[in-house]
Design a protein around this ligand. Structure first.
Ligand code: HEC
Length: 150
C-alpha cells in the first residue's frame, strides 16, 4: 500500500505545480497574447462590417463563420490583463485598467455577450437583425479604447 500512496502524493504535488503556472511565460508574453487576440477580433469584425456596409456582397455563411469566431475570440484577451505582472508588460494598455479592473473586465464580458447576440443574429440570417447586433457590438470597441488604450 506504500507505493500507490507515494504515487498519489507525487501526482498531487506535480499537478498543483502545473496549476500554478499560467499560459504565459512572462508579462511580455501575456501582452503578445492579448494583442494577437485583438488583431483576430479586428479582422473578423471588419469583414462583417464590409458586408453590413454593402462594400462586399452579403454572404450569410461568411457572416455566420465570422460571428462564430468572434463569439470565442472576444472571451480571450481579458485573462491576459489579470495575470500577475500583466501591467508591466508594455503595450498600449493604460494604467487605468488596473485601477478599475472590475469595470474593465465587465466591459470585456459585455463585448463577449454582444458577440453572442451577433452570432445568434448571424445564425438567423436576418440582415436587419445582423445590422442591429453588429452596431451594438462595434460600439464597445471605441468606448473601451477611449478610456483604457493609449
Ligand atoms: C474592455 C476594453 C476593450 C474592448 C471592449 C476592446 N478593446 Fe481593443 N484593446 C483594448 C486594450 C486595453 C488594448 C491595448 C492592449 C495592449 O497593447 O496590451 C487594445 C488593443 C486593440 C488592438 C491593437 C492590438 C495590437 O496589435 O497592438 C486592436 C486591433 C483592437 N484592440 C481592436 C478591438 C476591436 C475591433 C474591438 C471591438 C470589437 C475592441 N478592440 C474592443 C481594450 C479593449
Amino acid at each position: 500500500m506504500k507505493k500507490p500512496l507515494a504515487a498519489i502524493l507525487l501526482f498531487t504535488l506535480c499537478s498543483s505545480a502545473v496549476m500554478a503556472k499560467s499560459a504565459f511565460t512572462d508579462a511580455a508574453d501575456s501582452v503578445q497574447y492579448r494583442q494577437s487576440a485583438f488583431q483576430l477580433i479586428r479582422h473578423n469584425m471588419v469583414d462583417i462590417g464590409d458586408m453590413v456596409k454593402g462594400e462586399v456582397n452579403y454572404d450569410a455563411a461568411r457572416v455566420a463563420k465570422r460571428a462564430t469566431a468572434l463569439a470565442t475570440l472576444t472571451t480571450l484577451p481579458w485573462e491576459a490583463f489579470t495575470v500577475p505582472g500583466a501591467e508591466q508588460g508594455g503595450g498600449d494598455a493604460k494604467a487605468a485598467i488596473w485601477q478599475n479592473l472590475q469595470d474593465f473586465t465587465s466591459r470585456g464580458e459585455k463585448l463577449a455577450a454582444d458577440a453572442q447576440l451577433l452570432k445568434t443574429a448571424a445564425d438567423s440570417g436576418d440582415q436587419a437583425e445582423i445590422r442591429k447586433a453588429f452596431g451594438s457590438f462595434a460600439r464597445n470597441c471605441k468606448a473601451c479604447h477611449d478610456d483604457y488604450k493609449n
